[in-house]
Ligand binder design. Structure first.
Ligand code: AMP
Ligand code: FE
Ligand code: FE
Ligand code: ZN
Length: 285
């Protein structure tokens, strides 16, 4: 097998809160000079087929994946899953539940915001692709369209911040359950941006529990991880024998993150392709 580098293992399309349809995202990845890209929309695999088709057309490898929403206490924990079986019953039931609750939660938030700002549910729908996993970024886009804020970043710093009082949580399973679900579906679970600067890195005993349940790796090279957090993660990775990944968390024009700004080593990509059993990567001939 040809070495698959450089590889970017975390990117969002309009199937969740990215701004490009899956086919365009894959083409952008090829144009950025990547040899492989993973499509990891929040709580959805709806973009896999379109992305696979585009990967074949553009001569780039595609690793189908997802970013599963999980939560422990108040902390939202994102779990990347690669090459799991998208038809797996337990995982599908769980992601459907999350997507449905994300929808009613967004409606509740818009209801609250609407007391203080001109904003209606239709404004949010106008910013959302049909069937997409709804999140605060879509509300942010609606606030931009209404002229209340300049961009998503400003929306998150102000109206969408939990301190503003409009924030509502949505249902999400515990990360331990997330790791088990992805593994049971034949996929490989990797903790996404586990050292986001404002939060503490997961303590060692909790990390060990995830490792025992089948955690595959840690997304160390990510722009939102703090430098001190990265050092802790690298230490965990060495001691628990976890794979280390790097990625962009590209969201199209929704975030400054650029495709390929971080990448994952070819040997880790190869391990993902050989160890996952739930589905197959699309590889160029
Ligand atoms: P939610 O899961 O609906 O609470 O929204 C969280 C999502 O918003 C994450 O997946 C991020 O991609 C996105 N997000 C968080 N902060 C920002 C920001 N400052 N600018 C743009 N997008 C953001
Ligand atoms: Fe996102
Ligand atoms: Fe995330
Ligand atoms: Zn992400």
């Amino acid at each position: 097998m040809r070495a698959l580098g450089p590889a970017d293992l975390h990117a969002h399309s309009a199937v969740s809160d990215g701004t490009e349809p899956p086919a365009l995202l894959v083409r952008s990845a090829a144009e950025a000079g990547l040899a492989a890209v993973a499509l990891t929309d929040h709580d959805s695999t709806a973009g896999w087929a379109e992305a696979a088709h585009a990967a074949r057309e553009n001569g780039i490898a595609l690793i189908p994946g997802m970013e599963l929403s999980t939560r422990r206490g108040w902390a939202s924990v994102h779990l990347l899953g690669y090459l799991f079986d998208p038809m797996n019953d337990a995982l599908r039931t769980e992601t459907e539940r999350i997507r449905l609750d994300r929808l009613t939660r967004a409606e509740r938030m818009v209801e609250r915001i609407g007391h203080d700002y001109e904003l209606e549910w239709d404004d949010v729908l106008a910013q959302t692709s049909p069937g997409a996993t709804i999140g605060r970024p879509h509300i942010a886009d609606a606030l931009v369209a209404r002229g209340h804020v300049r961009d998503r970043g400003e929306a998150f710093e102000s109206i969408l911040h939990w301190r503003a009082g409009y924030y509502q949580p949505h249902y999400a399973p515990d990360p331990l359950e997330g790791v088990r679900l992805v593994r049971a579906a034949g996929g490989l679970p990797v903790l996404a941006h586990p050292a986001v600067s404002r939060e503490r890195v997961m303590p060692e005993d909790e990390m060990r529990e995830l490792v025992d349940a089948g955690l595959f790796g840690l997304e160390v090279r990510h722009r939102d991880n703090s430098e001190s957090g990265k050092r802790i993660l690298l230490d965990y990775a060495r001691r628990f024998e976890l794979a280390v990944t790097g990625s962009s968390d590209y969201h199209g024009t929704g975030k400054p993150n650029r495709l390929g700004e971080n990448s994952t080593d070819a040997d880790v990509v190869e391990r993902i392709l050989t160890e996952a059993t739930g589905s197959s990567a699309i590889l160029p001939d």
